[in-house]
Design a protein around this ligand. Structure first.
Ligand code: ATP
Length: 268
């Protein structure tokens, strides 16, 4: 019953090639997590263990979830997606039972990644609570469930947040979310690579220069860029339908759509 965020992406296997840019982040994830999970014997020889918990932080839409789906696809791990706000709101009154169930389910489905999106909703510093008794209880339960996991359970807990500074320090202690990975806004090279991923297979006119599109999209997140590619294709397809003549996507189409959609990355 775990709610899945993006159905179409769930249904097919995501690979590292679906992620544009972020070579250093991919390398880190491969070395720290994929390598010891895939090469158990070698990892044992050298005493390497994958981290128990990984905290991904950075602005929204920059590939935190996508990165973990690719890891799951490449390392043949099951992927369980949990939106923590759902545990808190939709499952009101039964949140604790649901949280326990999620950990039990993860053990049953190991090797797996148990992904908690918006972990800050549960992991907010305890002293900042005002009279809400559910959140601290859930946080304590989560801490004890994480402590109860053993490395041979084959479960990696991943937390994702846009506001790491609000997290309760207890979550970041050794043996919990002890590997921190920052996934920031895409730089120009990453934007170019993301555009290439999302334009692949689309009919582009000769004049389209994705480097120039990358130049014009500072502060656009990966999700914003995926949206630009989708919308530019939609615009041209609708025009083709109306005029009953197909044509390729031009640079002018890109610039028009970029004007229409503002970047989501702000400086706060
Ligand atoms: P949030 O913090 O809001 O949960 P997130 O960081 O987990 O966001 P994702 O859900 O991974 O972001 O990304 C949203 C979508 O943006 C992806 O499904 C994908 O289509 C696109 N995207 C983001 N980053 C990249 C990237 N580096 N390469 C290709 N596509 C990307």
């Amino acid at each position: 019953q775990v709610k899945n965020k993006k159905k179409e992406e769930d249904e097919r296997k995501i690979t590292w090639n679906d992620i544009g840019g972020y070579e250093d982040v991919k390398k880190e994830i491969r070395e720290y997590i994929e390598f010891p999970m895939k090469n158990k014997e070698l990892a044992k020889t050298y005493g390497l263990r994958p981290p128990k918990g990984v905290l991904l932080f950075g602005p929204p839409g920059c590939g935190k979830t996508l990165m973990m789906r690719a890891l799951a696809g490449e390392a043949k791990l099951n992927f369980i997606y949990v939106n923590v706000s759902d545990i808190m709101s939709k499952w009101y009154g039964e949140s604790e039972a649901r949280l326990k169930e999620l950990f039990a389910n993860a053990r049953k489905n190991s090797p797996c990644i148990l992904f908690f999106d918006e972990i800050d909703t549960i992991g907010v510093r305890r002293e900042t609570h005002s009279g809400d008794s559910v959140t601290p209880r859930l946080l304590s339960l989560m801490l004890s469930e994480i402590d109860g996991l053993h490395s041979d359970d084959g479960v990696i807990i991943v937390g994702s947040t846009n506001v790491p500074q609000t997290l309760d320090k207890a979550l970041l202690r050794a043996g919990r979310f002890d590997k921190l990975i920052f996934i920031g806004p895409p730089n120009k090279q990453a934007r170019l690579e993301i555009l290439k991923v999302h334009c692949s297979g689309k009919p582009l006119a000769e004049d389209v220069d994705l480097t120039k599109v990358a130049d014009a999209t500072e502060r656009y997140s990966g999700a914003d860029l995926a949206n630009i590619c989708q919308e530019v294709a939609r615009k041209v397809a609708v025009e083709a339908l109306e005029s009953k003549s197909e044509r390729k996507i031009t640079m002018k189409d890109f610039m028009e759509i970029i004007q229409r959609y503002k970047p989501s990355i702000t400086l706060q």
